[in-house]
Write a protein that binds this ligand. Structure first.
Ligand code: NAP
Length: 299
């Protein structure tokens, strides 16, 4: 019987695996997408202490190697169901049912969608959620980034290195992004801010050709000619599998600094947990706490 199943192999999941296996637990680490989580989309991680300038992909590779060195080989497996209650819990994947004694949920969060006409139709045809993945397709072109957080600003800065022009569309004048990112964007000649606007429609034929923007301050609609739109309006937590089984708050799993959820033996770590600061380092820290707490629970 597996002591601990970790669902999600991002920084929180890897960190939980490293701490749990070093505490002597048998561990399985499951991931339904790419090992490393959201961080693989970040070109430069400049705020993880001790590793300035490391790329997100390189960081993810280091996480993988570290866990593998300790004997935890992350597995590609989509979890379709999880039975959380009781002393023996069950995780269902497409291949098997895994009984286990404790669980760390580190499923992170997914890109929020705009929900406007054209978004689905043009996804992959000019609409993207990942500047680092798709930016190179827009070399020398005009693109827009929607959002006012660090992701949007960093995407715009990254794209401005290769695109002719980058619009940052944001629904108000205040930004969630750090001042450093804002100042850097303001200093770029080819970045233009389009404020107090939301994307009402994405237009085009075969590919994206333009955007219809609504005003949040009662101004007339505005048409913007662009070749691409990068949507960077935040994330929503991946908690659908667990709804009705443990306490959620605003969609996030309710858990304090000790990562304990409302169900004994089930821990939440990283972006999926209720918390103030969702960063790489806080996800990794959560994983450490959850790994230790799982050990304490099993003892
Ligand atoms: P975020 O901070 O939640 O920002 C989302 C942005 O999208 C906000 O400006 C929000 O506007 C806007 N927005 C939300 N829903 C919208 C909608 N339906 N239509 C139009 N605009 C909408 O998300 P994020 O930028 O992805 O960042 C997520 C977390 O990761 C944050 O904690 C961030 O600091 C962190 N992060 C850090 C770094 C770094 O430190 N290097 C890099 C990337 C991300 P309002 O402001 O009006 O709500």
């Amino acid at each position: 019987m597996t002591d601990l199943v970790i669902i999600g192999a991002g920084p929180a999941g890897f960190s939980a695996a490293i701490y749990a296996v070093r505490a002597g637990l048998s561990v399985r680490l499951l991931e339904n997408s790419l090992f490393g989580g959201q961080i693989i989309n970040t070109p430069d991680v400049d705020n993880y202490p001790g590793l300035p300038g490391i790329s997100g992909a390189e960081f993810a590779m280091k996480l993988y190697e570290h866990a593998a060195k300790l004997g935890v080989e992350p597995e590609t497996a989509a979890v379709s169901k999880a039975e959380l209650s009781g002393d023996i819990k069950n995780i269902y994947t497409e291949k098997e049912i895994i009984p286990c004694r404790s669980i760390v949920i580190a499923t992170g969060a997914s890109h929020r969608k705009l929900g406007c006409p054209g978004e689905e139709e043009f996804t992959g045809k000019g609409v993207s959620y990942c500047a680092t993945c798709d930016g190179a397709f827009f070399k020398g072109k005009t693109v827009a980034v929607n959002g006012g957080g660090n992701t949007a600003l960093e995407d715009a800065l990254f794209l401005s290195n290769m695109c002719e022009k980058v619009y940052i569309i944001h629904r108000r004048e205040g930004f969630r992004a750090d001042n450093a990112n804002l100042e850097a964007a303001r200093a770029r000649d080819n970045i233009e801010f389009v404020l107090n606007r939301t994307v009402a429609e994405i237009k085009g034929g075969e590919k994206v050709e333009g955007l219809l923007l609504s005003s949040t301050t009662g101004q007339p609609d505005l048409e913007l000619v662009v070749d691409g739109l990068f949507v960077a309006i935040g994330f929503h937590p991946n908690t659908e599998l667990f709804e009705g089984q443990l306490e959620l708050e605003g969609g996030y799993i309710k858990a304090g600094e000790n990562c304990r959820t409302s169900v004994p033996g089930v821990f939440a770590a990283g972006d999926v947990r209720t918390k103030e600061v969702r960063q790489l380092i806080t996800a990794a820290a959560d994983g450490a706490v959850a790994g230790v707490e799982a050990g304490k629970y099993l003892a």
